[in-house]
Structures are given as structure tokens and as C-alpha cells.
Design a protein around this ligand. Structure first.
Ligand code: SF4
Length: 420
């Protein structure tokens, strides 16, 4: 009997990666086989993102190609899920009549029920997906109530809801029993987690008690909610990785206010220094948005100066694009695209030099890494600071913690020699 193959294209953030994993688990649990080639699939899920215009464009391009595939195979089931499916369901259905179902981000709980309708018409061969991953994303919160003025997430994912910590602990225990070594906790603002009085620090303490779990990471943080108690916990808890992603977005107080970020640059800098002083081996990375409406040369200069002063381990720099439903989309004072591009290039070049300089401190030092993958005898691993490290190896070290002596550094990765 032929198996039912499925393919999931994930566009966007780790939250979507986690939702895709959940959909994959449901389909695998029903005996379907995940394939890497979309042409071999009987079911295709396009898990969309709407945070940036380019992500929407990517989804429509893929759907365009799938139309042809469906013409050749009318039994192909195509589903669209995620943020774009939430706010643009009507448009997707109108533009892509060949799509079988559209399930928005607020309705992910209905995925099993929805897919069952299609599976009932086909026969599935039962097989369980082997747990061969090293790390796993675990969603601890859904939605967001912060309403940063540029962001579509609160509009498409709804208000912030913390997930029952018992469910989270069960999910982690099962994953660890299946060989998972590292857990990455996900939420739009994990620092405001609160389920029946259990806050984020207390959740970390509960998770840390899981035997055989080597590492805990989390993202994303919001500077306004990052507590002293949490800094203390990270500093004392060796299972928590030495990496914090702390989005700044802008170095200009005028722009931060217009973004509704609810902190000033000075408050951010104070928090940043507090974390660095308490946890000296921490790597802090950040997000910046370039070209928010009204951003002048002086505002951009403030961001540029902040990047130089704070010396982030890595910077993710985004060009502002207006998103529907958001407050910022109504602002008139748009920055021309050529200026956005110029500022983007200037900051990117400078921040790459900073990251490379920071990584240079690792040269000729031996670091402990967790091996995530091996491809053609090259291992891809990660240190506690979340820096990717590559090294040659001819044995299967996947999932093992090993030592590597660093001999080359780049802005976003390093390579070295395995130490026996
Ligand atoms: S914190 Fe702000 S940027 Fe992050 S998801 Fe919520 S609204 Fe969007």
C-alpha cells in the first residue's frame, strides 16, 4: 500500500517552525511520511507569515507553483495555515481557488480535525517518525498584547495567552525521553509568561529539573519585562544557555515611542549592562528596524551609535515595511526606499565587523558544543552562546557534547578542530 506523503513549507518565525512541527507530528502519528521534495507529496501545507511583505510574496509564489502540480495531480491536498491565512483568508481563497483549506493562526487547534477530513478519503500506512532531532521548539505562549505599532502579530494571533506549565513539562519530558538534548522555549514575549501565578523564572526552574535535558534556550524577550529575578536565575542556572536575544529596534527615543515599545534607549542600555555585568559570558543579540516612518538621519545615527556602543554579538536588521491593520501603516512620513537601503547597508557592514571582532576572542580557545547535524563528514554544532561552529568529523557525534578548538571566525559562525 502506498504511504501518504506530506510536505510542509514553513515561512517566518520560530513560532511557525514550532506550529509546523506540531502539524508534522499529527500527520506522522496518522502514518503519513514527511518528504523533502514537494513533488513527492500528497499533502502540502504552506505555513505562512505576514510580518513582512516579502514573506507574503514567497507564499504566493509557492502557491503559484503548486497550482501547476495540482493540475497534474488533482488528488493533491493543499492547505494554507499561519498568520497570512488568518487575516487574508478571503484573498487567498479568491486568488488560489485550487487550495483545499485555509486555517488561520488562531485556529491551529483545529488542524487535526481539518486534516482528518482529507485523510478519511485516503488510506494511510502507519509509521512513527523516529525522534532523531537534537533540539526541539516548545511553545509556551501564544499571541501578544503589546501592540508595537509596526507589528501585525497581535492582530493575527490574538492576545497573549500563557500555556499551562503542566502541559509544557509533559511535552518536554516526552521530547527528552525521545533523545532531545536542548529545548528552545518560544513566545512573542516569554518574559511576561504567567500561568496561575507561575512566572517565567519559575517555569525555567521547573524545566531545569528535567533529568537528561542539557540545555534550555528561550526567545523572544521584551526589554520592558526582563526582570532582575530572571537575570539572577540565568546567572545561577547552568542549564540555561548564555545567549539572550533582546530586540532594541531603534536607538532613537522618538522612534521607540512611535513604535510603542514602552522603553527608552537609556532604559535598554541600563538593562543591557546589568545583564552583561551579572553574566559576563553572555552573548546578547538584537533586532533593529530601519526606516520606520519619520526616521531622520539623526534617528538613524542614534541607532548606529547604539550598535557601536553596545557591541551586540549579532544584529538582525530589517527594512520597515507597512503591515495591514497596524497603526504605523497609517503614518504618512515614509522614508524613501533608497535611503532605507543605504542605512541598512551601513549598519549591516558595521555590525558584521563588531560581531567578527567579538568572535575573535574565541580564536585558539577550546569551546564546548552540542552537535546538531552531520553532513558529508562536516559537523554543525552550537556553543552555549548560540554561535554556529563547524568542524570535520568522521564519526556520528550527533546529539553529543564535544570540545572544539576554534581556528577560524566569521561574523556569524566559526570553525575549528575536534578535541579528543
Ligand atoms: S512584542 Fe511587539 S513586536 Fe513582538 S510580537 Fe508583540 S507586538 Fe509584535
Amino acid at each position: 500500500m502506498k504511504s501518504i506523503n506530506f510536505f510542509i513549507e514553513t515561512i517566518g518565525c520560530q513560532m511557525n517552525v514550532n506550529d509546523s512541527e506540531k502539524m508534522a507530528e499529527i500527520l506522522s502519528g496518522k502514518g503519513c511520511i514527511q518528504v523533502k521534495d514537494v513533488h513527492q507529496a500528497d499533502i502540502v501545507i504552506v505555513n505562512t507569515c505576514s510580518v513582512r511583505f516579502s514573506a507574503e510574496h514567497k507564499a504566493y509564489s509557492l502557491l503559484g507553483r503548486l497550482k501547476e502540480q495540482k493540475e497534474n495531480n488533482p488528488n493533491l491536498v493543499i492547505g494554507v495555515t499561519g498568520c497570512m491565512a488568518e487575516y487574508a483568508a478571503k484573498e487567498i481563497k479568491a486568488r488560489c481557488k485550487f487550495v483545499d483549506f485555509v486555517l488561520g493562526a488562531k485556529k491551529t487547534d483545529l488542524f487535526e480535525e481539518t486534516i482528518n477530513r482529507f485523510l478519511h478519503t485516503q488510506s494511510a500506512r502507519l509509521s512513527v517518525r523516529p525522534a532523531d532531532d537534537v533540539f526541539k521548539y516548545v511553545t509556551i505562549m501564544r499571541g501578544c498584547s503589546n501592540f508595537c505599532s509596526y507589528c501585525i502579530v497581535p492582530h493575527v494571533r490574538g492576545p497573549e495567552i500563557s500555556i499551562d506549565y503542566n502541559k509544557i513539562l509533559n511535552e518536554i519530558n516526552t521530547a527528552v525521553d525521545n533523545g532531545i538534548k536542548e529545548i528552545i522555549l518560544l513566545g512573542q514575549n516569554v518574559n511576561s509568561y504567567n500561568y496561575e501565578g507561575v512566572n517565567f523564572t519559575q517555569l525555567l526552574q521547573k524545566i531545569s529539573k528535567t533529568d537528561k535535558l542539557n540545555r534550555i534556550r528561550f526567545m523572544t524577550n521584551h526589554p520592558k519585562d526582563f526582570s532582575d529575578e530572571l537575570i539572577e536565575e540565568i546567572s545561577n542556572n547552568k542549564k540555561i544557555c548564555r545567549h539572550i536575544h533582546l530586540p532594541l529596534q531603534s536607538g532613537s527615543n522618538k522612534i521607540l515611542k512611535a513604535m510603542n515599545r514602552k522603553y527608552t534607549y537609556e532604559q535598554y542600555e541600563t538593562l543591557y549592562n546589568k545583564i552583561k555585568n551579572k553574566i559576563p559570558d553572555i552573548n546578547i543579540t538584537s533586532d533593529i528596524i530601519i526606516g520606520f516612518p519619520g526616521e531622520t538621519d539623526d534617528d538613524f545615527q542614534a541607532t548606529f551609535d547604539a550598535s557601536r556602543k553596545l557591541q551586540f554579538g549579532g544584529l538582525f536588521i530589517f527594512k520597515y515595511s507597512p503591515r495591514p491593520k497596524t497603526y504605523a501603516a497609517k503614518l504618512k512620513d515614509r522614508v524613501p526606499l533608497e535611503i532605507i537601503k543605504k542605512r541598512h547597508t551601513a549598519l549591516l557592514e558595521d555590525s558584521n565587523i563588531i560581531s567578527k571582532n567579538i568572535n575573535e576572542k574565541y580564536l585558539n580557545k577550546t569551546v564546548e558544543v552540542l552537535v546538531e547535524n552531520i553532513d558529508n563528514n562536516v559537523a554543525q554544532a552550537r556553543n552555549s552562546q548560540n554561535i554556529k561552529i563547524f568542524f570535520d568529523c568522521d564519526e556520528n557525534l550527533k546529539g553529543r557534547v564535544v570540545n572544539v578548538k576554534i581556528n577560524k571566525v566569521l561574523p556569524n559562525s566559526m570553525s575549528g578542530i575536534l578535541q579528543q
